[in-house]
Design a protein around this ligand. Sequence first.
Ligand code: APR
Length: 248
Amino acid sequence: MHYSEKINCLAGFIKKSAHTLALTGAGISTESGIPDFRSPGTGLWTKFDPIKVATVSALKRDPAAFYEINLDRWTRYTGVEPNAAHYALARLESEGLLQGVITQNIDGLHRKAGSKQLWEVHGHLRTCHCMGCKESYPLDFLVNQFNDGTNPPRCKRCGGVLRLDVVLFEDPLGEDFTGAVYAMNKCRLLIVVGSSLQVYPVASLPERARQLVIINKEPTPWDDRADLVINDMAGSVLTDVLAALEKL
Ligand code: APR
């Protein structure tokens, strides 16, 4: 199928679907300047071993080293703006053609683009909490301590070590993932955007979709079970789909 045929096909799927969800990964944010994890040569995990740097064990074993290695990658993109792909999903939702976004991203760009029904299944960068007494703080409370030389950042109340409200390897997934699984029970069409679909349990969600579309630059393990695969840039694909929908 040519690109334009694929765009028209996806527009038709969206028009006909009674309940559509998007499942996004780091690939939807690369056009905003945030590197993903597994793109050949540029992905973060092509430079670091996630099992050594992004696990709960690494945080507990040496919290100061954990923050030395990780905090910058989490905080350097706070001023980044959503791109055309984020805005296209928010527009589809506002027009009643998308019922929500399940995202693995912690960058907050879907929220910034205007998406309302959002499941941030790997957490977010808005708050942190104490690993001892569980007290919650805005993320700045942790970052300011680190920048002032207090590493690891500590709880004001009990002196415990603080951690971000992001899901690390070895963490259980929280209520947003439970909500996403429940939402998938009503999902007719799932549109995956910018994910390698390699990290479980999120990568198991496509099996609950009655119709599956994958928009991703690289192949994924789900391609042979998808109804449509578009190996192209998320920003241009979703912009073109919006234009095609206007003609239906
Ligand atoms: N348009 C379309 N696809 C893109 C674009 C783009 N502009 N840029 C990158 N991609 C694709 C890449 O080809 C890659 O297959 O997006 C995919 C991103 O995959 P990953 O880097 O593995 O990111 P993700 O799927 O979100 O990873 C899942 O792994 O390490 C954990 O917690 C981390 O949430 C993350 C999870």
